[in-house]
Ligand binder design. Structure first.
Ligand SMILES: NC(=O)c1ccc[n+]([C@@H]2O[C@H](COP(=O)([O-])OP(=O)(O)OC[C@H]3O[C@@H](n4cnc5c(N)ncnc54)[C@H](OP(=O)(O)O)[C@@H]3O)[C@@H](O)[C@H]2O)c1
Ligand SMILES: [Zn+2]
Ligand SMILES: [Zn+2]
Length: 370
């Protein structure tokens, strides 16, 4: 593309917390020499999109375009990208490449920032989210429910050839959000892992725990509706339906090394989950309910020296490692494709918990060329 960068893009814009999204124009960040611009082909719907659209955590900065599981084709590469100091991997990205963008679009990348210097960009306190956030020049960030996306090359990733685009999309947020903490906390042979909440993140939690070589993976869900799919399809070794099995914690107590909780609502049996951990076990919360977590008796922590922690998406290096593992071990999310133009009905279905297990919006060729 040799023409001047566009001043406006088209996409599905939220104007407030309650109205449906409308297809209209918005103003992306100004194109800089370290940016990349892509034509969006696919974008997953993440639970975070739902929280943000309804201003669930805090007032959202409308107009807002959500979507941070983006796959697209590179159409413009800034002149500084081939020599980008911050990211050797990004230097390879060329026009026509198939790439992905996740939930983070920028961090400060300063040497005096401990998080960035340690390669933990997702913990930088000047992090720019892919939407509902601001870049250093104060311009707004806009996500992937759109025809195009534009942003810093440091946070753009080449997609391995063997991963289909629609399946690759959810890996960019849901995939790395479960992969990074499982990896960090040593999930592999010899470990027994519990995954709580079998949704977009949770079903990938089962797949990645298995791909990392965990001995046993226990799926923990509110009802038995997902039991057969979790065991026969996703490969879980056991399934607990916490809302249906009376006294469920007792027979499983002290059996898990690690629990990864993707639960998106605050109403959860937190203390019961902790009963499942072994001595020195670790509970990792990645789900981000709008309400506080339930209160916890100190004894829940004291009696077995359990650790309770959290995790925020993953670093660019985590994303590259995760994509490599997904390609090598064929970790493919279960997806349902929806045309991007049907985004509003897909969001309603997502909100009602109907996704099995991730909706991926697909831009039609015609719309993608607009
Ligand atoms: N930490 C991060 O970096 C990060 C990244 C991405 C997303 N998130 C957050 O992770 C959460 C999950 O996202 P997602 O895309 O996986 O959403 P999702 O597909 O809707 O899955 C969430 C799952 O949580 C369970 N759940 C929902 N409401 C619940 C409640 N009130 N009590 C107990 N369990 C409940 C359900 O599982 P069952 O039906 O099996 O019970 C549901 O399938 C969201 O809060 C999202 O914002 C965090
Ligand atoms: Zn997400
Ligand atoms: Zn930083």
């Amino acid at each position: 593309m040799s023409s001047a960068p566009a001043k406006t893009f088209s996409g599905w814009v939220a104007h407030n917390a309650t109205s449906p999204l409308t297809y209209t124009t918005f103003e992306p960040k100004p194109f800089t020499e370290t940016d990349i611009e892509i034509r969006v082909t696919h974008c997953g719907i993440c639970g975070t999109d739902v929280h943000t659209l309804r201003s669930g955590w805090a007032p959202t900065d409308y107009p807002c375009v959500v979507g941070h599981e983006i796959i697209g084709i590179v159409e413009r590469v800034g002149t500084g990208v081939p020599t980008l100091a911050s990211s050797p991997a990004s230097r390879e990205i060329k026009i026509g490449d198939r790439v992905g963008v996740g939930a983070q679009s920028m961090s400060c990348l300063r040497v005096d920032c401990e998080a960035c210097a340690d390669g933990e960009e997702s913990y930088c306190n000047r992090l720019t989210g892919t939407y509902n956030s601001r870049y250093a020049d104060k311009s707004k960030s806009y996500g992937g429910f759109a025809d195009r996306w534009r942003g810093p090359a440091h946070f753009v990733f080449k997609i391995p050839d063997t991963l289909p685009s629609a399946e690759a999309a959810p890996l960019l947020c849901a995939g790395v959000t479960v992969y990074a903490p499982l990896r960090k906390h040593g999930v592999g042979p010899g470990k027994t892992v519990g995954i709580v909440g079998i949704g977009g993140l949770g079903h990938l939690g089962i797949l990645f725990a298995k791909a990392l070589g965990a001995d046993r993976v226990i799926a923990i869900s509110r009802s038995s509706r997902k039991r057969d799919e979790a065991i026969w399809g996703l490969g879980a070794d056991e399934f607990i339906a916490t809302g249906e099995e009376k006294g469920w914690a007792k027979p499983h107590s002290r059996s898990l090394d690690i629990i990864l909780s993707t639960v998106s609502g605050g109403d959860m049996p937190f203390a019961q989950y902790l009963r499942l951990l072994k001595r020195n076990g670790t509970f990792i919360q990645v789900g981000a309910p709008e309400e506080p977590l339930p209160p916890l008796a100190a004894y829940s922590l004291i009696q077995k020296a359990v650790q309770v922690t959290g995790s925020n998406i993953g670093s660019p290096e985590d994303i590259r490692n995760m994509l490599e593992l997904a390609a090598e071990k064929r970790v493919l999310p279960w997806i349902q494709k929806r045309p991007m133009k049907d985004v509003n009905s897909a969001l309603v279905d997502m909100h009602e918990g109907k996704a099995r297990y991730r909706y991926v919006l697909q831009n039609s060729e015609q719309q993608a060329k607009l």
